[in-house]
Structure formats: structure tokens, C-alpha cells
Design a protein around this ligand. Sequence first.
Ligand code: SF4
Length: 358
Amino acid sequence: MSPSSSDFLTIRHPEPKPLAHPPVYPVFLPFIGCSYRCIYCAQDVQTGVGNRAIAPGSLRSLLFKELAGSEPVELAFYGGTFTALPQELMLAYLDVAAELRQAGLVSRVRCSTRPDCLAPEVLALLARSGMDLVEIGIQSFDNDVLAASGRGYKADAAVQGCKAVRASGLELGIQLLPGLPRMTPAVFARDVAAAAALAPSVARLYPLLVLEGTALARRWRAGSYTPWDVDQTVDALADAFLTLWRAGIRVIRAGLAPESTLDDAFLAGPRHPAMGQRARSLALFRLLEPALAAWQGPVRLDYPRRFQGELWGHRGELVPAYAALGLIPGATTPHPEPWEPDCFRLSAVEAPAGKLPD
Ligand code: SF4
């Protein structure tokens, strides 16, 4: 490409726009419905609520008090295998959600579960009882990884679980765990592509950490499990973001939420306070890289201000990589609205602030 002064190139960021959904209000029910504890799982420390699941009656009292006077929320039953609960208990939790919905305090409901606990009659019951979205802890679609991680199901069941949720009319969420035993970045990339092909509404990516008290901790101490490192994980997540965004899928979380109990239990693995930002920044770099590499002559970049915290990476870690492609911080302009929200524009001339070149 050999631009004249009027040449410019527009690159659109592929991340889907956020939906106008209410904020998620998580209700953690640790290990509820789980028939055994998975090798890496420490819901009690991951969620900071300990080992005991709150009973439906107590939950009702708590939420009517806590949510009173606030905007409606999306109630999320997390931390266990919700669809494997005894039916009476499941319906009791859903009744609480329905009462809160009737009172105008809840406008959506979601739950998390495993892919092998999604019988059609249970999904039909959820759909009838006000559930909107089911998040499945798929973790991987690779049979070797699933076997080495003791997940107790195969890739076919993972795919069928996703299809069953969509067939029941419920929205689908998929969770993946990069770094599971026997998982390589190439396997994770295939997992991400498989997830994208199943068209979930949302995805979560939880790089695997070694936490005290888990079977994985014993394997790590025995030297039979090595976690991914931070850079490898950021690299894999960046590609995953791009694949999922390009398929129209929102990535609603990358990495576990910070919890003081998690700090205490953390032993090893890719944990970084800015993991998501680092991965998003690297994804943006990879989006712009081909155009910058092909650009000849001086280049400047105009971009939406909302990406200002991502462009140069965490603490400017991507500045040298951009400089190697001819882009330096002094040749960039962040634009407030009405700049197009997803538009990055390379040009040989300075664009007027706040306005796209014609
Ligand atoms: S099914 Fe989910 S919540 Fe239950 S032990 Fe396994 S990872 Fe933890």
C-alpha cells in the first residue's frame, strides 16, 4: 500500500456491542448438585462464600432486603451444578427468582451447570420456570483433555449439551478452561473455534489456576501438572477474543474475579491483575498489525477514546511492538463521540478531532 495524503484505511473492531441487560447479581451455591469435586475446583475460595449454599427461604429474605429500591438485576445461580439439583430444591430457588421478578427486582435469571446434566425435561422445566440463560462449564471439547482432567464426559456430550440448551429455547453460555491437563495452546484454539461454532450468546474464559485443597494441587506438588504461564495465557486469550468476537460472541469474563480467599488459596498458574486488559490489548494489536505492516510511509491512527486504555497495552507493554510497525504514541489521536465507536483509522495525515475524514 502506498498512500497519498488523502488515503486512509478503516479497521473495525469486531467486539459485539454489549446488550442492554441488567447487571448480574451472583448467588453462589458452592458445589450444590455436584456429584463429585472436579480436580481444579475450589468454589468455596473462588467465590469467597465458603462451603455452605444458602437455603431458598434465607435467600428470599436476603434478596428482598438487598435488592429493595434498586434497578432490576439478573439473578445468577453459580458455583455448582444447578440442573442436577433435586427437582424440589431447584424449583424452590426458581420460585424465589419468580417472586423477585414479580416484585420488579429481577428481570432475568441464569444458572451454571455441567454439559452432562442437561436432560431435555429439566431444560423444559427451566424454560417454563423463568430461566433465561444456561452457562455450561464445558472446559474443553478435547477428549484427551477431558479424560486427563477427570471431567467424566466426552466431547460429544459437551456439544450435545450446548445444542440441547439452544433447542430448548434458552440462551447459551459457554465456559472454557485454558491450561487444563494435556491442553496446549493449539488445543485451546480448537476449543474456542468449537465453542464459536455452537453460537453461544456469551463466553467465559477461566485460565486454570492451582488452588490449595484441590486434586490439581496434589498433581502440581508431585510434578505431574505444570500450569501455563502468564504470557502464554495472554497470547492464547488474545486469539480467543478475536475468534469469539468475529463470531458475534461476547466474552463476559477472562480470569477469576479477585477474592481475598482466592489470594490465600492460590498456589500457581497464570494469575495477573490485568489479565483481561492485557489479552484485549494484544487482540487489538493483532487486529491492527496486518494493516500497519502493509502501510508505507508515515502513519497516524485515529481511534475511539474508549480504547485508550487498551491501545498501548498494560503499562505500555505494546509500545515497542507498535513502534516496530511505524506507529508511535505521538501519531495517534483518541476521539470522543461522535467518532464511530468501533472504527480505527490509519492515515497519512492528521484527521480533524472528533470527526471522521470524508
Ligand atoms: S461441576 Fe463445576 S462446581 Fe461442581 S465441582 Fe466440578 S467445576 Fe466445581
